[in-house]
Design a protein around this ligand. Sequence first.
Ligand code: C2E
Ligand code: CA
Ligand code: CA
Length: 908
Amino acid sequence: MDAGTYGIEHGTRVAGDAAGSVPVSLLLVEDSPGDASLVTAALADAGGFTVRWVETLGAALAALADGDYDCLVVDLGLPDASGLEVVDALLTPAGDAALVVLTGNDDEASALTAIKEGVDDYLVKSDISVHGLRRSLQYAIERAKLTGHLRRAEQSARTLSTIVESTGDAIFAMDASGLITAWNRAAEELYGYTAEEAVGRHVRVLHPLGEEDLPATLDGSSGGRTVRGLETVRRTRAGRLIDVSLTVSPLSEPDGRLIGASVIARDISERLLLEGQLKDQATHDALTGLPNRALLSERLSQALAVSASPGHPVTVLFLDLDSFKTVNDARGHLAGDGLLREVAKRLQGVVRSADTVARLGGDEFVIVCPDTDSAAAQRLAERVTEVIAAPVRINADVVHVTASIGVAIAPPLEADAESLLRHADAAMYEAKARGRARTQLFDVAFAERSRHRLELADDLRTALRDGQLEVHYQPVLDIATGRPVGVEALTRWRHPERGWVPPATFVPLAEDTGIVGELDRWVLRQACRDAVVLNVLGLLDADARMSVNLSPRTLGEPDLVEYIRRTTAAEQLPVETLVLEVTETAVMNDVLTARRSLEALRELGVGVALDDFGTGYSSLSLLRQLPVSRLKIDRSFVRNLGERSDDLAIAASIINLARALGMETGAEGIEFLEQRRLLDQLGCPLGQGFLWSKALPLGELIALLGQQAVNGAAVAPASPDAAALDLAAPDCGTGHSVWFYRDQAALETRLQHAMSAALRSGDACLLIASALRRESLQTALGDVLTEPQAWGRYLELDSDVVLDLVAAGADGLSGCGKELTRLLARLGAPARTVRVFSDLGPMIWSRSGAEAVALEGVWDQLRGNHDLDVLCAYDLGREWSPSPSDLAGRHDDAAWVCAPVTTVLTVP
Ligand code: C2E
Ligand code: CA
Ligand code: CA
């Protein structure tokens, strides 16, 4: 049968009047054309429907597949399916469309079953009225929509709850009074309460102290907004405190009434831990775990701000290990690390809990102690020294280390953290300069000196650039014959304002500031050039050597050997002419590096001398392995050769040792014929010293060598009677003479010579000496002092220091003490030379006490009025022993040089 037969058509058409509203689209599934037209007629009458009619379930499914319908009206008896089968087949494809079934009169029961299955309504065929049909369909459509919403809502709720349950964040809800109403699995894990335990409890159970603080969203303070990222602490069921980040959102009714809050809680303990570790890394030293410089500055600033007051000074101890590099190099970095950790531990062991021990890097440590005065600081420094000195066991080895400690205390120092630290550093530097393994309290003079050093370092750079440096040459002779066999290059710096600056000052400065490499290379090139000049003039034998001093730093430079190869080639100097002098200490400090460099140098053909030999601690086995061609006996052993038998023994054994190892020996600092004679007897082949000549500019050297060439082979000693001291003669590169004595008697002999020369010259002389020395000087000078030159009065300056003072000159004897000034006025007209002999240098050096000030004043006056010669004698080896750096730059018109022996005499 064809549907069209019944006056209706398959397919879609608008049935009835759809005026105004959107027509309801309806799919009619009915195999009976009669029934179909019945329905469509009613629909047309009802108006507002678009109807599509199909006859089979298959056609219905196809229609659903390509169109949207608001409503399906379906006969349950179709050719291809019937009854509930039809319902089942259509329910899902129908989606949100209302499903209404058509039944016969007799079949309401199955219609009811269908409703239970999900059908929205049913129509009894015989009972179809226009009005009833529209109402029924409209109702069914509404219902279908609702069910659809509901289904989707349920679906989404299920999805949500799955998400909530599976998320890692703890999620829970509470009502407006704070009672927990929902609790997910992560909440169970985080807080330790099961959902059953949690729901119904008050949220305060989660608070650390059980306090009742409702979320801001509930007490209204959040303004009804969600609060995110609230980091706080919560308590678990087991009582453990955890760090959480909370997001709290208000829950409210559609009308806006607040009914509770939801909470998302995230455990951030780990994150905080990590952050903490990161922060720790930024403020702590990784190796020792001690605070680093940043944290130290912070603590120090704090301590200074909080506590530093006259009654509560803050002490800073700056500590540097003395031989860390040696341990590190000789035993490896792991051993070095172990040592640092051990030191850190020991330091922490001696401080109070309020103190801070920090590591600044390398082997530098700093201790900050609030409320610690100088006496307490002294005790702490002693304890630190003690614990550092205890042997350190590293693996199977036992290592001994010492530390140099600088101390700065505020007040009296007025300082911010940065400068207090710098002061302690300067004091530490001072402790190093005075021989290490000691504690030094900061003194303003250090800061001045360190500023002075920095300026000088700048000047040295300029000097290198502007050619203010000169290389002088000291002849090296065959001791037995006096024949010159080489020269040693010694660098001289004439500072445009300060005058001569001794190498003992500028070489360490160059080393500290990293320009020594440049300096040494410049000297090397200059020496090569000058050696060629000497060769060309034929003033030295063909096999004579040019010795050049190298700083250990330069020795360690990887391209040094190549530089020497290129330079000698460029200057056309046979490379064998060169002897490089490196100090024994430098080599022993870093044997590995030194040996590598020395081997390469020897391979190139360059000679290598171990300078200042005997002052370091060479092990014999090491010495045998080192490619060294010459040992230079240190000056300190030559100095008292005739007077001290142990020095003689040392010199003898060095000479024998060198001979046994196939090396040459050289002796330096030979000033007296007696020293030369003894060295010759011992079989020392090479020598140099003031006995023959100081280091000379190339021109003067050429003149000297030329003279010698005329006189025959030997260089004549400059002073035939070396014991007769001529103050003006010797020079150590600075225009100042320096003598060192190990004992009092030798000092006094030298003083006697010096004074007699001065007295003979008719110049005014002033002797200032401590009472202790009065008698011995009296004896020593008894011969030279003639009337009216006689001993002065016994003097007392403002303080308790008792002085003997001899003033002698054309005017004869005069007064002293406070009258000293008056005396000076009488000493002569301005610009007349006054020679001052003083053994009170240390007082002047230390600038402490009234005596020193008084003396300083006297000297100032002398300087202002006279052409001043100062001769200073020091008893060294005492606590206040000045170091060369203490003395250097102390007086503008005098270089103060000294060595760790009894006495220094300097003459400008
Ligand atoms: P050094 O290599 O041991 O040089 C010997 C020092 O003793 C020189 O001091 C020299 O003038 C001095 N002298 C020589 N004969 C006598 C003497 O009979 N009696 C006394 N009392 N002293 C004598 P100078 O020139 O002041 O040099 C000091 C040190 O500075 C040198 O010790 C050397 O280590 C270093 N130096 C000098 N020039 C250079 C250089 O160009 N480069 C490097 N790296 N170091 C240098
Ligand atoms: Ca030397
Ligand atoms: Ca030397």
